[in-house]
Design a protein around this ligand. Structure first.
Ligand SMILES: Nc1nc2c(ncn2[C@@H]2O[C@H](COP(=O)(O)OP(=O)(O)OP(=O)(O)O)[C@@H](O)[C@H]2O)c(=O)[nH]1
Ligand SMILES: [Mg+2]
Length: 437
């Protein structure tokens, strides 16, 4: 599909899309029509459907023409180059959505949701993005903002009439506390929201030969990584995408951790450690036939503040050393332990669910979750301001001091839906888009 937007869109498209009868300018708004696509030498290169959507009732708010070619690269490129040769220019990344936002057709978090819908890597992610696209998040945030503006009006009223009753302050405090609870609940769902929209990276690490690559293959249900009895088989980091319990996952397989003189393997070990450092979740694999060694404990200690699952592999062999040691080691450290066999497939579903469980804290099925770090940041700032206003009320600060905090909170929420947004923040949002969206 080729889309042209702007005041001259109909001229540009009409120059190469010819209706059977009449001019494109005369085509009824939002009505599909068949057109011949003709190049500047008069060669017909496709027969396509065209539609004219006149502003302001279009996505961008401007006159827009869409041309639906039969598909295929050459024909679409030809239609695009015809549009360009008749005065259009190639859109910048996200420019259509940016224009929709600037013309007030959609709010900023809806614009972000356009990208999330396009890039969704799981159904669960798509459904959440879809709800944000339809304005559910915006409606909730505007309700919060409205509540703050309401409170603000009251505080300002009180500041004007200082003889007002102290009751009012208590009531205000109560309202702020309810709001703070809602903002806090939303922030608790941030890990899930960001995991859904950005995906999570899960890294398999452990000593050589404990079964990381076998587990990598079993989790992906494909024979992707080389598996041998030789310790030190895997060198480079392998990376594959998958979906676990609705979460888009990028799974990494890495070289076994050990001190080695062998240069290629040593580089692999460095990369393994770096990958674990960057991952959202570390699957630390130990071999049930060998148990947990001194070095394992050192690595687990190093990553004790991270999301770590202690995975005991090869349980089909029935030795039980790893399982026994894991009870001793993980109990005190509070790590989750999952027993798996890459041969029988036992424990793989539990492992996936355990990983997903890190991100689901407090989120119910119907809850709206944030879709970007920007949204989380706005709500966090709003909550900080609301908490400040509450302390100021408690500590008996004057109304104008409280009013400033309440106002700051309302501003942070307004920023989420896209009012008062600094230009640089807009650039950041739209730079993530691809051309044509
Ligand atoms: N019985 C049994 N054998 C396994 C299992 N997982 C791995 N193995 C065997 O253990 C050996 C090592 O497996 P890999 O998956 O290559 O181990 P790794 O941790 O990737 O090893 P490096 O890449 O060298 O660090 C191979 O002989 C596998 O067949 C399992 O669940 N059960
Ligand atoms: Mg391996």
């Amino acid at each position: 599909m080729v889309r042209v937007s702007g005041p001259e869109a109909i001229d540009v498209a009409g120059a190469f899309a010819r209706l059977r009868k009449g001019r494109l300018h005369d085509l009824e708004d939002r009505r599909l029509a068949l057109a011949r696509l003709v190049d500047s030498s008069g060669n017909v290169f496709d027969e396509a459907l065209v539609v004219v959507m006149r502003g302001p009732r279009s996505f961008t708010g401007e006159d827009t023409v869409e041309v639906y070619c039969h598909g295929g690269r050459l024909v679409t490129e030809k239609a695009l180059s015809e549009a360009l040769s008749h005065g259009a220019r190639q859109a910048e990344p996200g420019e259509f959505t940016r224009r929709a936002y600037l013309s007030g057709r959609i709010s900023l978090e809806e614009a972000e949701a356009v990208l999330e819908v396009v890039e969704a890597r799981s159904e669960a992610a798509l459904f959440q993005a879809g709800r944000r696209l339809c304005g559910e998040l915006g409606a909730m945030v505007r309700r919060w903002e409205g509540e703050l503006l309401d409170i603000l009006a009251e505080v300002q009223g009180a500041a004007d009439f200082p003889e007002d009753v102290p009751d009012q302050r208590e009531q205000m405090y109560g309202r702020l506390r309810v709001l703070a609870g809602e903002l806090d609940g939303f922030l608790k769902r941030a890990p899930l929201g960001l995991a859904l929209s950005d995906g999570i990276t899960v890294c398999l690490v452990g000593r050589p030969n404990v079964g990381k690559s076998s587990l990598f293959n079993a989790l992906l249900r494909e024979d992707r990584a080389i598996v041998t009895d030789f310790p030190g088989t895997t060198r480079d980091v392998l990376r594959e995408t998958s979906e676990w319990d609705g979460l888009p996952v990028t799974l990494l397989d890495t070289a076994g951790l050990r001190a080695t003189e062998e240069i290629v393997e040593a580089i692999g070990v460095l990369r393994a450690e770096a990958s674990a450092e960057e991952a959202e979740v570390i699957l630390y694999v130990v071999d049930d036939t060998e148990g947990i060694l001194e070095e394992d404990i050192r690595w687990l200690e190093k990553w004790k503040d991270r999301r770590v699952v202690l995975v005991v592999s090869k349980v089909d062999l029935g030795v039980g050393s790893g399982v026994r040691d894991a009870r001793k080691v993980a109990g005190p450290a509070g790590q989750k332990v999952v027993k798996v066999s890459s041969v029988t497939g036992d424990g793989l579903d539990v492992l996936k669910r355990t990983v997903a469980g890190f991100f689901e804290s407090g989120a119910g099925v119907g809850d709206i979750v944030p879709g970007s770090a920007r949204q989380v940041d706005c709500v966090r700032r709003a909550l900080d301001s609301v908490s400040e206003a509450m302390s100021e009320l408690e500590e008996g600060w004057t109304d104008d001091v409280v009013a400033l905090s309440v106002e700051r909170g309302a501003k942070a929420l307004a920023e989420l839906t896209g009012r008062d947004v600094p230009e640089a923040a807009l650039d950041r949002v739209f730079s993530r888009f691809c051309v044509g969206k």
